[in-house]
Design a protein around this ligand. Structure first.
Ligand SMILES: *Cc1c(COP(=O)(O)O)cnc(C)c1O
Length: 218
C-alpha cells in the first residue's frame, strides 16, 4: 500500500476500526504510524494499549459529549461537521493545553446518510467568522466521502468538486495560508481516483487489514 503511494504527496491513514490491537501492531512494526478510528471507546482502548508514537486520527461521526475523551491525544479530527463540534473541540483542547488540528467534513455524496457541511453551509459557517476566535483548534483542510457507487466518473466529479472548493476556501478564508493544506479523500475502493484529484490523506481500511469483523467492536 505504501508503495502505491510513493511518488505522490499523499500520506496513508491506516483505518483500523474493528481490527484488534494485534493487527495494528503488525502494521506498526512494518513502519506505519498513522491510524484512523471512528469510535471513541474503541480508540481510547487502543490508545492505551499501543505505542505512544502512533499518530491517531479520528475519522467517524463525533458526538460533542465524547470529545473530552480523545482531546488529550488525538492528532487530527477529519470529521468536523458543525460549528458546535468545533467549539467543543476547542474547549476540550484548551483544558489539556493543546491545539487540535481539524478538517471540515464536506457532504458531497448522493447518499442522505453521510455527515458533513454542504458547500453552501461551509461557506456560511466560514463567512460568519466565529471560528476565527477559537485559539485551540486549527482548521487545516477538508475531508469527504464519495458516493458508494461503481460509477467512477461520478466519484471523480465529486472529488473534483471538493478539490475546487478546497482551493476556493483557501483563497477566500485562509489567505492562501500554508496551514490549510490537507485534503482527506479516498478509501480502499476509490483512493486511486482521489490521488488524481489532489488528495493528501487517503483513509484505507479493508485493503490493508482485510474485511472488518464487526464482533471485535468494543
Ligand atoms: C471505514 C472508513 C474508511 C475505510 O474504508 P475502507 O473501504 O475499508 O478502506 C475510510 N473513511 C471513513 C470515514 C471510514 O469510516
Amino acid at each position: 500500500m505504501q508503495n502505491e503511494l510513493s511518488g505522490s504527496a499523499a500520506r496513508l491513514v491506516a483505518v483500523s476500526k474493528y481490527h484488534p490491537a494485534d493487527a495494528i501492531n503488525e502494521a506498526y512494526v512494518s513502519g506505519q504510524r498513522i491510524f484512523g478510528e471512528s469510535h471513541v471507546q474503541e480508540l481510547c482502548a487502543k490508545y492505551s494499549a499501543l505505542p505512544t508514537d502512533i499518530e491517531w486520527h479520528f475519522i467517524g461521526h463525533l458526538q460533542t459529549n465524547k470529545v473530552k475523551y480523545i482531546a488529550p491525544f488525538i492528532s487530527l479530527i477529519h470529521s468536523v461537521d458543525s460549528l458546535k463540534l468545533l467549539k467543543e473541540i476547542d474547549k476540550q483542547a484548551a483544558k489539556t493545553s493543546r491545539t487540535i488540528d481539524c478538517l471540515l467534513q464536506i457532504h458531497i455524496a448522493a447518499e442522505e446518510t453521510k455527515f458533513g457541511f454542504t458547500p453552501t453551509e461551509v461557506m456560511q459557517m466560514l463567512d460568519e467568522g466565529q471560528w476565527r476566535e477559537l485559539q485551540h483548534t486549527r482548521i487545516v483542510g477538508l475531508m469527504c466521502m464519495a458516493t458508494n457507487t461503481d460509477d467512477s466518473s461520478q466519484i471523480q466529479r465529486e472529488f473534483h468538486t471538493v478539490h475546487l472548493l478546497f482551493e476556493t476556501l483557501k483563497q477566500k478564508y485562509f489567505d492562501n495560508n500554508a496551514q490549510f493544506c490537507e485534503l482527506s479523500m479516498g478509501m480502499s475502493d476509490d483512493y486511486h481516483i482521489a490521488l488524481n484529484e489532489g488528495s493528501t490523506l487517503v483513509r484505507i481500511g479493508s485493503r490493508i487489514f482485510g474485511e472488518r469483523n464487526y464482533d471485535n467492536h468494543c
